[in-house]
Every structure is written in C-alpha cells, then in structure tokens.
Design a protein around this ligand. Structure first.
Ligand code: BV8
Length: 234
C-alpha cells in the first residue's frame, strides 16, 4: 500500500512549538504578511530575521514527540511506499527518526544566499548578516517558502498523490494552498483519505474518515493499526 502523509504545525504542537492559528500561535504575534513574504523581507529584513532567528533558536529547546516517532516507525516498515511531505519548517520529523522528509515550505535550520543561490545547513542567527559560506557576501536569508513563493517539489508531490492508495493529513488546518488542495486531488482521483487532527479543519468535510484528538495519541494508534494489518483499507 502506497501512502502519502501530509503534516502541519499540529504534529509539533505537543513538542512545544506554537501553531499558527491557536491562541498562542506565532501568527498571533505577527501578521504573516509582515514576516513571511518576500515584500516583508525587502521592507524590514531585521524584523523578518528576528522572527526566524527566534524560531530557529527555539528548536534547540524542543524534542520530537510520539507522533514524529510513530511516523519514523511507519517509514521503517513501508520504506519507499511512504511519502512524507510536511508544511513544517522544524526538524522534528528528522530528529524523530524519519530519513526521507519532504519540506515543501523549506527548513528553518537552513540558509539560502540571494547572491549565489548557495544553500547551507544553518543553526545560528542570520540577523547579523553572516557571510555566505560560498560567496562570502552577507546575503543569507531563511531557506523557507514565503507566501507568494513557489513550494518545493510540487511535481513530485503530485506524482505521489497520483500513485498513492491512501492520503493522510495530520495536524493541519487546511487553510494554506497548495497543501490544502492535496486532499481534493486525492479524493478526485479516487484515493482513500484520512485526517488526524485536534479540531475540525478546512478539509474535514472532504476526507473519507476524520479522527479527532492529539497527534501523540492518534498517530501511534493509527500506525499500530496499519502495521497490524487492520489499517484504513475499508
Ligand atoms: C503559492 C513557511 C503559487 C514559512 C508557510 C487566496 C485564496 C487561496 C490561496 C491564496 C490566496 N491568496 C494567496 C494564496 C496562496 C497562498 C495561501 O494559501 N494563502 C492563504 C493564507 C490563503 N499560498 C502561497 O502563497 C503558497 N505559494 O501558492 O505559490 C503556486 C502554487 C502551486 C504551484 C506553483 C505555484 C506558499 C505558501 C507557503 C507559506 N509558508 N510556511 C514559515 O513557516 O514561517 S505557511 C505556514 O502556515 C505553514 O507552513 C503552514 O503551511 C501554514 C500553517 O498551517 P498549519 O500547518 O495547518 O498550521 P495551523 O496552525 O494553521 O493549524 C494547526 C492545526 O493543527 C489545526 O487544525 C489544529 O486543530 C491542529 N492541532 C493543534 N494541536 C494539535 C493539532 N492536531 C493534532 N494534535 C495536536 N496536539
């Protein structure tokens, strides 16, 4: 069985990373259009760097949770039959043991040089404009996909959605496109769809089955069910 799993901020919530739309969500502190667009970066690069430097620093204070670990267990069992795509820019899937993680919105612990296009792993701040490791110009930006920018790997994602048997969305509000359209693509092509989420989402009405609860409970239980052969194949 080929499975595509899409995760959002909700899978990292119980690790202590704030989601975007909950009461203490990050967007609460900032209007996305002032910190997560190329225009915002042009207007106030220091504000944007501070926003991402703080989030990058927070990664050092959190750990993956049982949901991340369960998906790594699923990858162990399914190998290439699992395609994990995340909207998250944290590295908790990797630290939870997943080896093939497709970050469609980029990665917080990575920097991208706007002069020479070099991409580098990056754990420290960028607001002091460190030199690019390749061209030494002080032109490194967060290697994340902002609103108005093109997500990574869309052709691969569409191919995987076309070839999968089951599409599962975990911890996402289904409000940001094109990720929010993946379930419509899956349903439109006759795929089985499942949502594991704390609350109803923008796509709850589109899936075959929607389970409510925290990811640290729902995801391990679903992986156990799937690996015991009683998975969502009804
Ligand atoms: C693009 C990286 C063209 C940076 C992010 C008008 C209508 C429709 C679309 C648009 C429009 N105007 C503009 C657009 C397009 C726009 C868009 O969708 N805007 C929205 C606001 C309407 N999209 C874009 O610009 C994208 N690019 O469209 O390019 C294109 C398209 C296709 C092909 C070629 C070209 C780029 C969007 C990427 C933006 N970057 N992140 C950063 O992180 O700082 S988006 C960012 O916000 C996240 O990555 C994520 O995608 C999104 C947040 O969503 P969620 O992850 O779902 O988090 P949220 O807080 O919303 O929800 C959490 C959920 O978890 C909740 O449901 C909650 O109940 C649940 N939960 C909470 N706790 C738990 C839990 N579940 C389980 N357990 C728990 N414990």
């Amino acid at each position: 069985m080929r499975i595509v799993v899409l995760t959002g901020a909700g899978i990292s919530a119980e690790s202590g990373l704030p989601t975007f739309r909950d009461a203490d969500g990050l967007w609460e502190g900032h209007d996305p259009m002032t910190v997560a667009t190329p225009e915002a970066y042009d207007d106030d690069p220091d504000l944007v760097h501070r926003f991402y430097d703080e989030r990058r620093a927070a990664l050092g204070r959190v750990r993956p949770n049982a949901a991340h670990v369960a998906l790594a267990r699923l990858e162990e069992a399914l190998g290439d039959d699992l395609y994990l795509v995340t909207q998250n820019i944290d590295d908790l899937h990797e630290r939870g043991g997943s080896r093939r993680v497709h970050h469609m919105h980029g990665r917080l612990r990575a920097a991208w040089c706007t002069t020479c296009d070099h991409r580098a792993s990056w754990h420290g701040p960028l607001r002091d404009r460190p030199p690019c490791p390749a061209c030494e110009r002080p032109t490194l930006r967060p290697d994340v996909v902002w609103f108005g920018e093109v997500p990574h790997g869309m052709d691969d994602i569409e191919r995987e959605l076309w070839e999968c048997d089951l599409f599962v969305s975990i911890g996402t509000s289904g409000l940001v496109y094109p990720a929010a359209a993946f379930v419509h693509y899956a349903v439109g092509n006759g795929k089985r769809t499942l949502e594991l989420n704390l609350d109803a989402s923008g796509t709850s009405g589109d899936v075959h089955e929607s389970r409510r609860g925290p990811a640290t409970e729902l995801v391990p239980a679903w992986v156990d069910e799937l690996l015991s052969g009683a998975g969502v194949t009804s």
